[in-house]
Design a protein around this ligand. Structure first.
Ligand code: CA
Length: 189
């Protein structure tokens, strides 16, 4: 579904939906467009590898119910080997590539800091991460983030932002914090 050229790729309405789906489900998509929804990684990849897309993320802060947004001028799913034109599920695990942030939500997909003071710089950057689900661990820690967070996502170690995680891990940590409702949408540049 698209609204004024924006294609909805993710929608979350509260905490009743269980996002803990398999790799095959995240690949194919699930849910319904008027409720909780995931377009599917393969379609995201096919769209964003056919022409340049931008990404808009809208999220409602849990405590205040205020809405915030983040836009990325460039958004691609899976093009690690694009120059060889074989980028796909098999080779790049639906790797996330975003750049060109603007907005009032904070750039939580590219947080490079060391919030815990333990030297874990760059351990929370989602940009460049492969996708992980409970049955496909492609994250950067020695355990598996997805089953622990109860949702598939582009985890690093594990996350600074996640919009498919269980209630007390569903967050856009820079500026917004915990998120109750969210949408991700893309549009050709
Ligand atoms: Ca792991």
């Amino acid at each position: 579904m698209s609204v004024f050229g924006w294609v909805i790729i993710h929608q979350r309405l509260g905490f009743t939906f269980n996002w803990n789906f398999s790799w095959a489900d995240y690949k194919a998509g699930f849910g319904s467009i008027d409720a909780d929804f995931w377009l599917g990684l393969e379609r995201m990849h096919l769209l964003t590898s056919s022409q340049p897309y931008r990404l808009r993320v809208e999220m409602q802060q849990k405590d205040t119910e205020l809405w915030f947004s983040a836009e990325y001028w460039s958004f691609k799913i899976g093009d690690k080997y694009w120059s060889f034109q074989i980028g796909d599920e098999l080779n790049d695990k639906y790797q996330l590539e975003v750049s060109g942030y603007s907005g009032d939500a904070g750039d939580s997909l590219q947080y490079e800091g060391d919030w815990a003071g333990n030297g874990w710089f760059n351990k929370y950057i989602h940009n460049g991460m492969e996708f992980s689900t409970f049955d496909h661990d492609n994250d950067e820690v020695n355990f598996s983030c997805a089953p622990y967070r109860a949702g598939g996502w582009w985890y690093n170690s594990c996350q600074w932002a996640c919009l498919t995680c269980r209630a007390n891990k569903n967050e856009w940590y820079s500026t917004v914090g915990y998120v109750v409702n969210s949408r991700m949408m893309i549009k050709p540049q």
